[in-house]
Design a protein around this ligand. Structure first.
Ligand code: S3P
Length: 177
């Protein structure tokens, strides 16, 4: 039986944290964010982890954070955009709740992320190209991990959250048989 959690995956800037917090408030579930858990474990911001220890060290912490987050019930778990890169993470994400992929077009991602310098992977010369490349590389991983997906480009947080709650309820009802 898949535990009663709602797990949000998707690229940077697709609204996972905002939507996750909203769903958690509506359902009275606990909100857990793997990026925040990583920052707590490391005692420093994500940019500093990347700078001082490199991306592989960040990915190790991210897997630990996910294991911790997935070990419970009645949670809404928001995740970092690259969490689907490891197959062990994909198995945890798919098997520990209703897993939803929040999608957005590259232009939308760029608009939502360009003013923020807290995402080390988008700090290079041409963030637009990086967004297109990473989205293309990751697309099939998000697709194979999620039970459901939502295109967020033209929707407000309330509508996205409502749609996910309705679909989660159908998913868990089916599971209860
Ligand atoms: C990353 C996404 C970030 C954060 C880190 C790496 C990625 O999270 O985990 O900067 O690889 O896509 P958000 O998706 O919450 O921005």
């Amino acid at each position: 039986m898949v535990p009663r959690n709602i797990i949000l995956i998707g690229f940077m800037g697709t609204g996972k944290s905002t939507v996750g917090q909203k769903i958690a408030d509506s359902l009275d579930f606990e909100f857990v964010d793997t990026d925040s858990l990583v920052v707590e474990m490391a005692g420093k911001p994500i940019t500093q982890i990347f700078e001082e220890q490199g991306e592989p060290a960040f990915r190790d912490l991210e897997t630990k954070a996910l294991e911790q987050a997935a070990d419970g019930q009645h949670r809404v778990i928001s995740t970092g955009g690259g969490i689907i890169l490891r197959s062990e993470n994909r198995a945890l994400l798919h098997g520990h709740g209703f897993c939803v992929w929040l999608r957005a077009k590259p232009e939308t991602v760029y608009e939502r992320t360009c003013a923020n310098n807290e995402r080390p992977l988008l700090q290079g010369e041409s963030p637009r190209d990086t967004i297109e490349r990473l989205l293309a590389e990751r697309d099939s991983l998000y697709r194979q991990t999620a039970h459901f997906n939502v295109r967020t480009d033209d929707l407000v947080v309330e509508d996205i959250s409502y749609g996910i709650c309705e679909s989660a309820s159908v998913f868990f009802q089916k599971q209860d048989g």
